[in-house]
Design a protein around this ligand. Structure first.
Ligand code: EPZ
Length: 422
């Protein structure tokens, strides 16, 4: 397995291009199942999760071609051969469950493996099931698979979700586009990736309004046609790299960044003493003056502080002046990066869903282990600011969500290299 060697070597300066959003692309790709006409995505990120979704769609009989070094994904599902998403693919990536709504809507049936737990939590699918049942689906759990049927087609309904689940919102909205009648989804998730999905579905002929708010209304149509759609900028990659100049000093411009994607995150950085300014080409980030100050963080559904940036923010708080309390309210086990940061000299105490971080003058490089996607990059950020060398192992986690990390950070002066494993 490969590892990444990082050596703390002072301020970072320059530009980092931000790719298309992994979590938008992973819901846009299954949308191809809703139509027999081609769907083409541009500005797609080059990530292993995208390859996994590609393999899943191909296993259903869809044609998926990766063009222009992976930045364009051309898909067509005019003659699917299966409506079963197998465990061996779904267990690798929870987002595979996003084929459930589209398959049910187009074919009236779907068999999708339950994803099983993952490092950060149990990640059940009860909210997906409740929403699709509200649209008339009959769903039963057998041998670890969800067997879903809608023999007479789906019917529009008014449904309020118990929690603003991103994935459940995406599955229900995609299914409702082909349901008979009107669906009103309440307490819907508001993430930019959902807005991006709706914009793509609208290009395919769907009739949807309210995206980005807590109530989304969908008028079902008989069929959807093909479209070409540009994947929205990845706000989590954006936020991750915004932390590089914050933790190391210097000034970095994130190309393609937009303040609207990271409003609450930027506000937290500002409170911590890090300036974020919109430029012609993106966002420019630099410390305002001297050491970063500790701030408290509570993760919430969008537009609140993103859970996917909690691990990275913790790395910054490890070297801030003062004590920061980070509360993780979305996932039940998302502090696995904490013990690894402690190995680097951080002062962190975890009690249940709360981590208390008391900043230290400097972290010390050490061998550490990536435990999940966002934890892996939080350790790299810590290594950039630490004295000496840090080796991050199990970087296959990283490859799921960050393209060309070494090249992007080298580009702003970081001392970082990827060490080929056996
Ligand atoms: C999406 O996951 C993202 N993944 C996650 O990003 C992100 O952390 C999460 O939303 C929250 O923002 C993709 O978009 C592919 P949820 P999702 O349904 O849809 C519970 C990353 O690092 N829940 O909003 O699975 C669930 O257990 C990944 O890129 C139920 O209880 O998130 C969790 O505690 C990690 N029942 C909470 O809700 C359900 O039916 C949020 O889950 C569904 C979810």
């Amino acid at each position: 397995m490969d590892s990444i060697l990082v050596t703390g070597n002072g301020p970072l300066n320059g530009q980092i291009p931000i790719a298309g959003a992994k979590n938008a692309c992973l819901t846009l790709m299954p949308a191809t199942l809703l139509s027999e006409e081609p769907l083409t995505l541009t500005n797609a990120p080059r990530l292993s999760d995208i390859k996994t979704m590609t393999a899943l769609l191909q296993s259903l009989g869809a044609e998926v071609s990766s063009l222009q070094d992976g930045q364009v994904i051309a898909m067509s599902s005019h003659n699917l051969t299966s409506q079963t998403a197998d465990y061996d693919i779904v267990r690798k990536m929870r987002a595979s469950n996003l084929v459930l709504g589209p398959l049910l809507a187009r074919f009236g049936q779907a068999v999708v493996s339950l994803p099983g737990g993952c490092a950060i939590g149990a990640r059940p699918m009860d909210l997906h099931v409740e929403g699709l049942e509200a649209l008339g689906a009959e769903i039963e759990l057998k041998d670890g698979y969800l067997h879903a049927r809608a023999p007479g087609g789906l019917k529009g309904a008014v449904h309020e979700m118990r929690f603003a689940s991103v994935g459940a919102t995406e599955n229900i909205v995609m299914a409702a586009t082909l349901a008979k009648g009107t669906t009103v989804l309440k307490n819907a998730a508001r993430e930019p990736e959902i807005v991006d999905l709706v914009e793509c579905l609208r290009k395919m002929g769907a009739q949807i309004s309210g995206e980005g708010s807590s109530t989304i209304e969908i008028q079902g149509v008989d069929r959807l046609h093909g479209a070409t759609h540009q994947v929205v900028t990845d706000r989590i990659e954006l936020g991750t790299y915004m932390l590089a100049p914050a933790i190391c000093g210097g000034e970095v411009e994130l190309l393609g960044g937009r303040m609207a994607l990271v409003e609450s995150f930027a506000a937290k950085l500002d409170a911590a003493g890090v300036s974020v300014a919109e430029t012609q080409n993106g966002l420019k980030v630099a410390r305002k003056n001297g050491r970063v100050q500790a701030v408290d963080v509570v993760t919430e559904p969008f537009p609140g502080f993103p859970t996917d940036l909690q691990a990275q923010m913790m790395a910054l708080m490890c070297t801030a002046e003062g004590t920061s309390v980070l509360e993780e309210r979305i996932f039940e086990n998302r502090f696995m990066h904490a013990p690894e940061l402690v190995r680097m000299g951080a002062n962190i105490e975890v009690h249940g869903g709360t981590a208390t971080v008391t900043g230290v003058e400097a972290l010390k490089g050490a061998p550490v282990m990536a435990t999940d996607l966002r934890a892996s990059v939080s350790l790299i950020l810590a290594g950039l600011a630490a004295e000496g060398e840090t080796t991050v192992s199990r970087v296959y986690h990283l490859d799921r969500g960050y393209e060309h990390v070494v090249r992007k950070l080298e580009g702003v002066g970081a001392k970082i290299e990827r060490i080929k494993g056996e």
